[in-house]
Design a protein around this ligand. Structure first.
Ligand code: ME8
Length: 679
């Protein structure tokens, strides 16, 4: 049975991609995971039993190489980075029900079962593969040797191995039919069109095992093969629920939540999720997920924020300075979901101050403070509503369904715009009513009645905004809920009390809690503080790399380092000092002159696991065209610096010849792999 059952309104299963552990998490990862959290929270608030899964993708050649570059075992390396993801998700108040690591036994067992089922059903056969492979994307590339990867542009490597193959070609027609019958399966439309075009261009069988490295899950019964990392990774969506387990509780969870309602992913991994994954599931006779929804890219300095480009911003930095809710709000408000969107510190601070500090935060603190000042913090009985109160009520009642349907359609930015329209309306109402001012000629008693009416109406409207905004800014809305004397908001959501949000639930006699700061205004130095945190972190990342190298040098050569420590020499460096310098082989992909500079060339080099931009003062001695494809030696852990407005991330090593110091680039007589370390 491969047909997905019609959507189940009582249960909901949502997943994020599981993230590679080759580097620390950044805002791009946080973005996809925050979107899932907001959706999961809103489903729970509607009383839907929800399962939200995230985790880490820990096998494969890319992780094995990153670990070895850091001088650590893959197990240790993966555990450390996976721990960072998990800690960050807690910090951002994410409510995932499970966190799967692909190195866990429960996952290995499930993946091996899936492989065995596919083999038993005749969809896997043995053959041999000679062709290109992109280690960074863990992708087989159909192109001649030396070709760049069509997705990331890195040079592919030639692989020639005995492999197991999956009969992907057998699913071409069935997949196309499935996309046709289920237009909602791939979203948004642009991704659906790309995937359909890819499948229409013809599907070749897919190699699903590797023999040239060990860091993966062995093929059951043929252990010299490890299972292709994408088959391993995609299976997490079922192994985490209990696929492959004998335990009845796991089996029940799997039956309860599979198929997934939403696999939320970044757009670059649509092919894996919309072609390979449904084909594996069809072959295994399992139901297909109801939808694969792709978010666009978060850009920084006009490029996709990515660890390999090196233009990342950490979520911790924003959370440290402005709080986790500020980040959650900003990402959902600023980016039109499904499209690419820019991250800038300026826009972040502007939105924070405008919408959160001066908007919602200021509104709440004024109303709560006045309720304390004029009514001792207890909601008074209010007389009949006037025209202004009725207008605010109508505004709130019309915002509720519009907001909910925009949220449901994942148009988070518009949904928040709608909701903040209500914040502005409450603000306007309060300013016009000015309950802090007794108009001339109004009796004390009438004034008190007016104050009661205005403050209860404003507080009621704030209650509506707060209940609706909870999935997006859970920490601050929970504080507001408490200040309004309504208790624990998360518990209220859990108990289904937010299922219907209707006007008029704030009861007279409710005791407000003391006002507490929500969003302190960000001062001028907020951006500088965030930039400093990022710089410090970059430096400590370089230091961490050096330290690992230092440790490993000491371990591999304890005697030398002990002697060096005992008898330091002034003019000579120790082996430990040398180990701090990360010298690596890189291949030049792009070389061009820097405008208005006769000395500088701008190079883009490939280090195997990442690409970098380096500026080199060699333009008078080397023609840029002749450098393309050449392997050079670079100092890889040099702190980045800017020249002519361009960042240089590393240094090319060259001999300096003659009085003029003419550069001659270092190279090798034997062929050396890209990324190799010089020791
Ligand atoms: O691809 N903008 O892991 P990964 C928006 N392990 N989203 C971004 C982003 C950006 N700049 N950068 C990262 C993998 N993401 C595989 C997935 S799933 C079975 C295996 C988010 O660490 C986005 O969701 O490269 C993207 O798809 C994911 O992180 C890629 O994370």
């Amino acid at each position: 049975m491969t047909e997905a059952p019609a959507s189940n309104s009582e249960r909901f299963y949502i997943t994020t991609p599981i993230y590679y552990v080759n580097a620390r998490p950044h805002l791009g990862h946080a973005y996809s995971t925050i979107v899932c959290d907001a959706i999961a929270r809103s489903k729970r608030a509607q009383g839907v039993e929800t399962w939200f899964l995230t985790g880490t993708d820990e096998h494969g050649q890319k992780i094995e190489r990153s670990a070895s570059l850091a001088g650590r075992s893959p197990t240790e390396f993966a555990a450390a980075i996976s721990g960072e993801f998990r800690a960050l998700w807690q910090r951002l108040n994410l409510t995932n029900n499970d966190f799967i690591r692909t190195t866990e036994d429960r996952h290995k067992r499930g993946v091996q079962k899936l492989f065995a089922v596919l083999r038993d059903r005749g969809f896997i056969y043995k053959g041999s593969y000679t062709g290109q492979y992109c280690v960074s994307d863990e992708l087989y590339v159909d192109a001649p040797p030396g070709s760049p990867c069509p997705d990331c542009g890195r040079i592919t490597e030639t692989v020639s191995e005995e492999n197991y193959f999956f009969k992907l070609s057998a699913f071409e027609r069935r997949l196309l039919e499935y996309y046709e019958v289920h237009p909602e399966f791939i979203q948004p439309e642009a991704r659906r069109n790309e995937v359909i075009a890819f499948v229409r261009s013809g599907l070749k069988d897919l190699s699903v095992s590797r023999t040239s490295f060990r860091w993966g899950i062995p093929v059951p019964g043929d252990e010299k093969h490890v299972i292709y990392v994408w088959m391993d990774a995609l299976a997490n969506y079922i192994t985490a629920l209990g696929y492959g387990s004998d335990d009845p509780a796991d089996q029940q969870r799997f039956r309860r939540f599979w198929p997934a309602d939403i696999h939320l992913i970044g757009k670059e991994i649509s092919r894996f999720h919309c072609v390979y994954w449904p084909a594996f599931l069809m072959a295994a006779g399992l139901p297909l997920p109801r939808s694969v929804v792709a978010n666009g890219w978060l850009l920084f300095d006009k490029n996709k924020m990515s660890k390999s480009i090196g233009n990342i911003v950490r979520a911790e930095t924003v959370a440290d300075v402005l709080g986790a809710d500020a980040l959650r709000y900003f990402l959902l408000r600023e980016i039109s979901f499904g499209q690419d969107g820019n991250f800038t510190f300026e826009a972040l601070v502007q939105r924070y101050n405008g919408d959160l500090a001066n908007g919602y935060g200021n509104l709440v603190s004024r109303v709560v403070a006045m309720m304390h000042r004029y009514f001792g913090g207890t909601v008074p009985k209010a007389g009949g509503a006037g025209e202004a109160e009725r207008a605010l009520q109508i505004a709130a009642e019309s915002v509720i369904p519009v907001y909910q349907s925009q949220f449901e359609a994942r148009d988070f930015s518009r949904a928040l715009e709608t909701l903040w329209g209500l914040v502005a309306a409450i603000d306007g109402y309060l300013t016009a009513a000015a309950p802090w001012k007794k108009p001339d000629g109004r009796s004390e008693e009438d004034h008190r009645c007016a104050q009661a009416r205005v403050l209860t109406t404003a507080a009621e409207a704030i209650r509506v905004v707060t209940a609706l905004a909870w999935p997006i800014i859970p920490e601050s809305t929970a504080k507001v809920w408490r200040q309004l004397g309504l208790g624990d908001l998360a518990q209220a959501a859990q108990a289904g009390k937010l299922k219907t949000i209707a006007w008029g639930s704030l009861q007279p006699g409710t005791a407000f809690a003391e006002p507490a700061a929500l969003f302190p205004r960000a001062e001028k130095d907020a951006i500088e503080r965030m930039l400093n945190l990022e710089n410090q972190n970059n430096l400590s990342a370089v230091a961490a790399v050096s330290q690992t190298a230092e440790e490993s040098a000491a371990v591999s050569n304890p005697q030398v380092s002990a002697e060096a420590a005992a008898a330091p020499e002034k003019t000579k460096i120790t082996i430990d000092d040398f180990a701090k310098v990360e010298l690596r082989v890189a291949q030049v992909l792009v070389a061009e002159r820097v405008p208005k500079s006769d000395k500088l060339l701008r190079l883009e080099v490939d280090l195997g696991d990442e690409k970098r931009q380096i500026l080199a003062g060699i333009a008078q001695h080397y023609e840029p065209e002749k450098l393309i494809g050449r392997k050079v030696v670079i100092v890889a852990n040099l702190a980045p610096r800017k020249m002519r407005g361009l960042e240089s991330n590393g240094m090319i090593v060259a001999a300096s010849i003659g009085d003029e110091g003419a550069p001659v680039l270092a190279g090798f007589l034997e062929d050396v792999p890209v990324g190799a370390r010089l020791k």
